[in-house]
Structure formats: structure tokens, C-alpha cells
Design a protein around this ligand. Structure first.
Ligand code: NI
Length: 168
């Protein structure tokens, strides 16, 4: 199990570097990320969320009958003009959910664990999770997509909640 870094942790707002070694250490990290994601009952996890400033994220839709994916050095090549709202949450801002507007479909290129390039066209939940996780590789959280006032509200409420917890 890896620690999941939270809203005010600097690592979430730090530049990420390309993965350049497709070695056993990378496989061990990805395995640990999948374990952490399962334990946290989430659908996606990006390396910065576990304190690693690298361009890598995973998606696990197996709970809803989907697949597991590893995206290394991903690049979103195309997004649909058509957008939609969908409620998002984030393991780095636990307990807060807001509707976020994003393109409904994406085309992505990435590398797998062996460094091999692949392309994927996604819609539905997968397209949503890919965009959310890819944002993490670019220092962006889902609350950054909200109106400034709403974003501030979430941040304040989150800080209030966590400071209360710490006092106990
Ligand atoms: Ni997130």
C-alpha cells in the first residue's frame, strides 16, 4: 500500500517527467499503485498522487465490468467537440464530488509497461477517467475546472474537515 497525497501536498502541483526506464522497478510501482487503488475503492490513480513525479497513471474499471489500463507517457491526441457534465471525485480530495464539464471522447497515445506505444479511443467513463488522471500529470486537479468561487468553497471545506480530523 502506498500513501496517497492530498490536496495541499506540493507533489500534486509539481511538474512530472517522462518515464524513460521500462524496468522491474516500474512494474513494482504499477503493481503497488493497482493495490492502492483497489484498497481505496477508486477507478484511477496517477503517479503524483503516490508521490512520484512521473508521467504515468492507471485506470481500473473492473468493478463495473471494464478493464484495467496502464498509461505511460500519455498524450491526448484528440478530444471531441461535444462536452458533458459528470460528477467527479478524487482520492486526493476525499469526500468531495462536483460536476465537471469535459469532452465526451478522447484519442490517446501512450506506452505500456514494456515501452510499446498504443493508441486508444475512449468514450463514457473511460474517457472521463483518462482526462482526470492525465490532468494529474500536468499539476491539475478536477477542482481547477470549477468556477473560482466553487473551487475556493471546496478547498475551504476540505481544509476545515482535515483540520478537525487532526485535532481528534
Ligand atoms: Ni484525482
Amino acid at each position: 500500500m502506498l500513501d496517497i497525497y492530498k490536496l495541499d501536498d506540493e507533489v500534486l502541483r509539481t511538474d512530472t517527467k517522462d518515464v524513460d526506464k521500462f524496468d522491474s522497478a516500474l512494474k513494482i510501482l504499477v503493481d503497488a499503485m493497482f493495490e492502492t487503488l483497489t484498497e481505496a475503492d477508486g477507478v484511477g490513480l496517477a503517479a503524483p498522487q503516490v508521490g512520484v513525479s512521473k508521467k504515468l497513471f492507471i485506470v481500473d474499471l473492473s468493478a463495473s465490468g471494464g478493464d484495467k489500463y496502464v498509461f505511460i507517457n500519455p498524450e491526448i491526441l484528440e478530444t471531441s467537440i461535444e462536452e458533458g457534465f459528470y460528477e467527479e471525485g478524487c482520492l486526493s480530495i476525499p469526500g468531495f464530488y462536483r460536476k465537471v464539464k469535459r469532452p465526451l471522447r478522447v484519442k490517446v497515445q501512450a506506452q505500456d509497461l514494456n515501452g510499446k506505444y498504443f493508441n486508444i479511443e475512449a468514450d463514457g467513463l473511460l474517457a472521463r477517467v483518462i482526462q482526470h488522471e492525465n490532468d494529474h500529470l500536468h499539476k491539475t486537479l478536477f477542482i481547477d475546472h470549477l468556477e473560482e468561487e466553487e473551487k475556493e468553497k471546496v478547498i475551504k471545506a476540505y481544509r476545515k474537515k482535515t483540520s478537525k480530523k487532526r485535532k481528534k
